[in-house]
Design a protein around this ligand. Structure first.
Ligand code: SF4
Ligand code: SF4
Length: 495
């Protein structure tokens, strides 16, 4: 709100996402309010009205200046494309930013338990840095660490809240006995003690380990599974070989078949690097053939937890990646609810949705507990003292969370605070922004890649989804009687 503006003074929003397509289509969105306005025809007329809305002009002044466009002006107002500078907000106030960073009871949490920090694979892009993770030797979390960590999370949930216990690593199935015992103790001790809160389970595994009782333990429980297949065997085995060499694809597929045949949904993810960037459609089809419940495409993170940069030649080309993702989406191989990132980004476009950060990490709802009980903000920040906010046995120190939330709030990020996309985007993955990157100057390509993945890829996905919404409107318009040619604004509708 601008306290200096006279009541009723109009302006074009500073948060305007402004898209054009073809010769006459226009799609306008104020990202703070997220009420897209689709103009199927009459782009120039809309632009004329927006240009006439000189700063300080009132609604009455604008309607007198454009008497034929009164309906259109009201529509632009309804969608907050034209804002009342004295009444409509354009950004969060400082008090709201601080409130977002303040501790509070949580409705949902996902606790990532690193059951072991060791892994039997040697993926070419592994995020677990050799210095920050205890990768070698079989590091194992103890039952005591797991249960005390889960209890700490349950204590922070609001009544009626839900805790997802996510078994993570390293490769968590290397500590299968602990995983089973954690579930047993959750059900016999913790769930009865916290009967007003719900406990569910998740496993992120490379599925190269297939315990005999895997299906029996998962089936019937509220349990989700995610694994990573980077493509058909010829590609996957180049990206995710065993640590001591040798292909892993066939072994993973065997475990996956057991789960799928038992009716257990398994979501698959592909990490996109230069190795598989031109095969995205094949990968989507392969995930489908394997019976996956979901297919996810995740651009490789250019920095690991140490933090050290990946070799430049492993980074995919953002333009090819964007084109490939769009091709997968348009192919219809996967419906939009089951294809990441499109399914998640759709949620960002709900009316009134505002992303203040790109992920949940700074809110403390996704703590990562390593083998020794230390708690970190994100798997990529494990081992970095600045982002450790808990240690087993002591209450969490929320200061790192508060500081990180304030630093990452999209209205505080220098590079984002004037970007019109920011309340749809949330500012991109924080890892590149947070990790105290040594040797940044040595990897300008990685920095540029990170920026393009955060900005260009996000905008491309959101743009695809916005135009899809517009197309739905277009179809409904085509089915309606044609309006009088003089009443051109009749052709403008909102999604
Ligand atoms: S499976 Fe995960 S933890 Fe293991 S090497 Fe691959 S990326 Fe790293
Ligand atoms: S990451 Fe890029 S697209 Fe997202 S808000 Fe920041 S500048 Fe805008």
């Amino acid at each position: 709100m601008n306290q200096m503006s006279p009541a009723g003074a109009l302006a074009v929003t500073r948060n305007l996402i402004d898209l054009e397509r073809g010769s006459d289509e226009l799609l306008l969105v104020n990202s703070f309010y997220m009420r897209p306005l689709y103009v199927a025809r009459g782009k120039e007329r809309v632009r004329r009205v927006l240009s006439a809305a000189a700063p300080g002009l009132s609604l009455e002044g604008l309607t007198s200046a454009c008497p034929q466009d009164v309906d259109l002006i009201h529509m632009l107002r309804d969608h907050r494309i034209l804002i009342d500078t004295a009444a409509d907000k354009e950004r969060f106030d400082q008090s709201e930013i601080e409130a977002a960073a303040a501790p509070r009871r949580l409705d949902r949490m996902t606790a990532y338990l690193l059951l072991t920090e060791s892994c039997n694979l040697g993926c070419i892009y592994c995020l677990n840095g050799a210095a920050s993770y205890r990768k070698h030797g079989l590091s194992k979390m103890s039952l005591g660490v797991a249960l005390r960590s889960i209890t700490t999370c349950l204590e922070q949930l609001s009544p009626g809240g839900a805790l997802e216990v996510a078994f993570f690593g390293g490769e968590p199935l290397l500590n299968w006995p602990l995983l089973k015992e954690v579930m047993r103790r959750c059900e016999t001790e913790l769930q009865p003690r916290y009967s007003d809160k719900k406990i569910t389970y998740h496993l992120t595994s490379n599925l190269t380990v297939g315990p005999k009782d895997l299906v029996e333990q998962i089936k019937g429980r509220d349990f989700t599974v995610m694994s990573d297949i980077d493509g058909p065997a010829d590609i996957h085995d180049r990206c995710r070989p065993y640590r001591h060499g040798g292909p892993s694809h066939a072994r993973i597929v065997k475990t996956m078949r057991r789960l799928v045949d038992a009716g257990i949904p398994v979501a698959l993810r592909a990490t996109i690097t230069s190795v598989n960037q031109d095969r995205l459609l094949d990968i989507a089809a392969h995930h489908k053939e394997l019976g996956a419940s979901n297919s996810a495409f995740v651009p490789v993170c250019p920095v690991d937890s140490d933090p050290a940069f990946l070799p430049d030649d492993l980074l995919p080309d953002p333009d090819r990646l964007i084109a490939g993702l769009s091709e997968v989406y348009r192919s219809g191989l996967w419906d939009k609810e089951h294809l990441f990132p499109f399914n998640q980004y759709r949620l960002k476009l709900r009316p009134g949705a505002r992303q203040i950060t790109a992920c949940a990490a700074p809110s403390g709802t996704t703590p990562v507990v390593r083998v020794n009980g230390d708690v970190y903000l994100c798997i990529y920040l494990v081992g970095q003292e600045k982002y450790r906010f808990g240690t087993l046995g002591s209450p969490w120190d929320r200061r790192p969370l508060t500081e990180t939330m304030l630093a990452l709030h999209v209205d505080n990020l220098e590079e984002c605070r004037a970007c019109p996309w920011r309340y749809a985007c949330g500012g991109g993955c924080p890892v590149m922004k947070l990790a105290p990157l040594a040797g940044v100057a040595k990897s300008p390509r990685a920095m540029d890649y990170g920026r393009r993945i955060n900005c260009d890829l996000t905008r491309a996905v959101l743009e695809e989804l916005l135009w899809e919404k517009a197309d739905e409107v277009k179809i409904s318009l085509a089915q309606e009687p044609q309006p009088d040619a003089a009443a051109l604004t009749e052709r403008a509708r909102f999604c």
